[in-house]
Design a protein around this ligand. Structure first.
Ligand code: HEM
Length: 222
């Protein structure tokens, strides 16, 4: 793993704190956010097995403290990562018109997907996590989310596009994490990383769209 470069070490305190903030936000993107997202999608595939299996895999916790801890351990890094990400977007300018390289396109897509993920997570966290618990007094109900996805076209579109954004943002983010932290640096390693990124993107997308499909089917006529 890379440490602060000599130029960063030689820079002033503000450059150093910016560097460490970026490292921290980058680390949060993978752990816990990326890992949790992977398992969240995996758990949602229980929708293929039915209401009880989905309810227990996605909405139930062994203890209220486990639930509160999960909320803090996932939501706090998400908020910190999002604040850092918005700051990065505010200070960076895509240069795709001048440089039409693949890497420049990925840079732009990482930022566009970040905006999509921000909007999607805002709606998803409110509709599926907070509203059922705070307004209706219980966790999201399988039949409710399944019917919402089946009968409400905009909800289906939001889930399909939102999870596409999450799959791209996380897979491409994991790639730049590996490069930024020096996990992979050789030419051969970088080529392999390209393949691994594509596999991760497809895996996340298949899991996410698989879960959406299972919910859509469950929301239809019995
Ligand atoms: C499920 C939620 C999210 C996950 C798993 C996630 C994950 C990641 C990862 C792994 C990276 C790469 C970090 C690196 O280069 O080392 C990244 C980059 C980025 N994220 Fe997120 N992210 C999420 C949500 C968001 C949100 C809501 C925003 C807010 C707008 C955001 C904005 C960004 C930006 C702008 C970058 C690029 C930073 C750069 O390359 O300079 N992310 N994300």
């Amino acid at each position: 793993m890379s440490t602060a470069s000599p130029s960063v070490a030689a820079a002033g305190p503000s450059a150093r704190s910016g560097f460490f903030r970026a490292r921290l936000a980058s680390a949060f993107g993978i752990l816990p956010l990326g890992v949790w997202t992977f398992f969240h999608l995996w758990h949602n595939l229980a929708a293929f097995t039915g209401a009880e299996a989905w309810q227990s895999a996605v909405t139930e916790y062994p203890h209220p403290i486990a639930q509160a801890l999960t909320g803090i351990v996932v939501l706090l890094p998400l908020v910190l990562h999002a604040i850092w990400g918005i700051g990065r977007m505010a200070t960076s300018r895509p240069n795709n018109v001048r440089y039409g390289f693949y890497a420049n396109l990925k840079y732009l897509l990482q930022r566009l997907s970040a905006i999509g993920v921000l909007l999607f997570l805002g709606a998803h966290i409110w509709r599926a996590l907070l509203r059922p618990r705070l307004v209706e007094g219980h966790a999201e109900v399988f039949a409710d989310i399944a019917q919402e996805i089946r009968l409400n076209m905009p909800t289906l579109a939001v889930y399909v596009l939102g999870s596409l954004g999450v799959a791209y943002h996380l897979a491409n983010g994991a790639q730049s994490f590996c490069m930024g932290w020096g996990v992979v640096s050789s030419q051969r390693g970088l080529r392999r990383l390209d393949g691994a990124t594509l596999v991760l993107f497809l895996l996340l997308l298949v899991m996410a769209w698989g879960a959406v499909y299972a919910l859509w089917v469950a929301g239809g006529p019995a």
